[in-house]
Design a protein around this ligand. Sequence first.
Ligand code: IDC
Length: 452
Amino acid sequence: MKRRTATILATVFAVAAASTAAFFALPASAETAAFTVQNTWSNGYQGQVTVNNTSSSAINTWKVELTFPAGTTVAQSWNTTQAASGNSYTFTPAGWNATIAAGASTSFGFIVNGTGRPTSCLVNGQACTGTTPPGPSASTSTPPADGTPVGVNGQLKVCGTKLCNERGQVVQLKGMSTHGLQWFPNCYTDASLDVLANEWNSDLLRIAMYVQEQGYETDPAGFTNRVNNLVEEATERGMYAMIDFHILTPGDPAFNLERAKTFFAQVSARHAAKKNVIYEIANEPNGVSWAQIKNYAEQVIPVIRANDPDAVIIVGTRGWSSLGVSEGGNSSEIVNNPVNASNIMYTFHYYAASHKDNYRAEVERAAASLPLFVTEFGTVTYTGGGAVDTASSNAWFDLLDRLRIGYANWTFSDANEGSAALRPGTCNAGSFAGTGSLTESGAMLRNRLRAG
Ligand code: IDC
């Protein structure tokens, strides 16, 4: 143990010494840095700093120091290594972006809790007097006029550990998941989807296509068609459409590998030109190793990419998409052995009455290194039934909002179980508007989504 500690300390010391040498070797005005605000919300904002090398030779490293007013903190950053001392934050390279060629620049981003802007900014010890380099910036681009989630945000992409819109602003999508399409066809109609989009302000429709349990495997063409139709319905309403390949039992995604390849080849070909389709390739792997899930992902992702190269793809995680926690593991197995693909995120699922502090702690830890999407959660127990756990649900919402992690609630349906948003009989009656048909969970979600 002692030997190990000594070695690590020695390494850190060596790196620090090298960095210091590099700073002093630089010409006095080699770097400038520009701080910009990319996106704001009621109690926070997304900042970015671009470090420019204005000299005619490469620089080997950089250091940006930002000081914030009391009450404002940096929650997270990406493309950088962050250290804090009181209200002062030091940002150094992430590892791969230390060297900046002559005339080039590099940027890093961060999420701020609180509204205070930096009161001081230093780059390699000098005041950040630089200007934003040429190119699109948040302040010059104009969101499309239609005001829908897709109209405003366009094609999404993974940016560091976050999800960004087409202007590079972090976005947190909030929406609803269908129940199994095989069981609740009357819940997904023009009328219900109008209410979901226009009244609930849902950013997202997750389309849960079970593979077993009388799902896809019984009628591949029919279920592919239903999914395609729901993607079109979401698109018409400016919502993102998340195509969920809802494997559950058996939990090994390899059992459905050939079905997944066939299905995703077809739906990605059909929707390749759209900006609003997100692919979720394995709902809840269970009873399998992370290596097996990764292997599945690395076979399915190229099938989608061949048709739709820029779509965001979400990969399920071990233990019913618990980042491994429900099977005694944790997210380190993913961090140490990530899926070999870009523009992907990892799934986390929770049910608030069953999954509490230890799961929240793991999400917070994982979110520092992995892009996460809560593609399914319930306000009740993991069975899908039971009472709403208001305290745990609110603790989850607070965490996800703080980390800007998107979510979809199970379910926008009238199933006879506590997780359903609509009371039994609502879908046959076709009475979706207002609050009269909502369960306790439905009322909680409608309020959340309407609040934005
Ligand atoms: C549940 C449904 C329930 C159905 C059961 C089996 O709510 O009506 O009988 O599936 O298909 C998940 C799964 C999701 C589960 C949900 C609640 O992704 O399919 O739905 N849940 O048990 N993971 C954790 C909980």
